[in-house]
Design a protein around this ligand. Sequence first.
Ligand code: FES
Ligand SMILES: [Fe+2]
Length: 379
Amino acid sequence: MFSYKMGVLYERMYKTLLIFIWTCFCTDGVYDNNIVKSYKITTKPASTFYHDNGPFYWKIGKSNQFSGGKMQKIIFQGYPICIVRQVDETRELQAISDICLHRAASLSQGRVLSNGCIQCPYHGWEYRDGLVETIPGCPKDETKPSRIGIPRFSVKELNDDVYLCPTYDMNSEIGSNALTDIHIPREATDTSFRRVSGRRHIRRPHNLVTENVLDMMHVSFVHSFGNRLSPVPFKILYNDLDAFSGKTTFYYTAGPMSMSSVLGNAQFVKVENEFYLPDTTITRVFANNIVKTIVTHSYPIGKNESILHYDLYRNFLDSPVFDSFFRYQMDLTLDEDVEILNSVYDAHMDGYMNTKFDVTQIRYRKKWREVLSHKNSKK
Ligand code: FES
Ligand SMILES: [Fe+2]
C-alpha cells in the first residue's frame, strides 16, 4: 500500500517536472514567465557593462567600410558591438551587442539571413533588431512578440562617417542618451576644401591621444615640420563655446621651409584649436589664404588602446594628385606623435604641473570631469 502511494506520488512529481521543463525550454516560457508577461523588453548583458562609456556619439568608422549584409565587430571600452548594414531598402546601420544571449558566442561571426535576422553561429538563435526571433527546436508563439534580447545602440551616419552612442540600449530603454549633437566641421560642406581621411590603432588611452592633438607646445619639439628656432606660441586666447566644447586661438612663427611660408607666404601662422566632447578636435591652420584643417576622433577600445580617425581638409593643392602626399604627411605626423606618447609613463600621464600653453587640454579635462560628476550625482 505504502509503495503504491509513493509510486503515484513519484509519477505525479515526474509529470509535473516534465511539464515544467517543457514550459521552460520549448515554448515562449524559455524567456522566463515573468518577462513574457511584462511589456518591457529585457536585455542582457545588463547596463553595468556599458553605462560608463560616455553618453555621446563617438565616431567609429567610415560609412564605406560597412557594406550590406556583412557584420563587423568593434570593441568599445572592452564591450563588443556588432555593426551591420541592413539588407533591406533602408540600408540603415544597426549596432547590437555582439554577445549572444544563450552562451555568449560572438554574433558577428554568424550570418545575416535573407529575412534580415542575424543568426548566431553556435546554436542558430536568430535575432531581429537585437530581439530573439527564433530558437531552433523551440516553437514560437506567434501571438506574443519577443520581449527578450540584447542591447541595441543608436548609430548615425553623417558626412560619410559612422557614429555610435554606446550608453543607451534602445531595446530595454535603459542607459544614458547622448548629451550633445554630433559636430560636423564647416569644411565638410565647403566645396573649396578637399578631404583625405585615415585611421590609426594606437596603444594608448583615447584621452591621452586627444589631449596630444590639443597640445600647442609639442608641435615644434615633436614634429619634423615644427619650427624649433621659434617654438613658442603667442597671443593665446581660450573661449568656452558651450558646456561641451571650447576653442583656443594662438599664433606661431612659420618655419622658413614650412608650407605656410613657401605656399602661403606667411611669416606668422594663426591656429584655431577646437574640441567637442567626447573626442572631436579641429585644428585650423591659417597661412594667409591657405587653410589646412585637421579633424580627429579617438575612441577607446580599452583602457590603454584606442582608434584614431583623422580627416585632413585643405583649400590649396586641391588636385587629387596631391592626396597621397597629404596622407604621407599625416602618417609621418602620427608616427612622431605615437613615438612620444609611447614614452609617457602610465601612472603619471596627467602630469603634475601646467603652463598657459596647456590651457586647451586643461579645459577639455575640466569639461569631461563636469560631465562625469553630473552623471555620478544622478546615480
Ligand atoms: S551561443 Fe548563440 S545560440 Fe547558443
Ligand atoms: Fe602632434
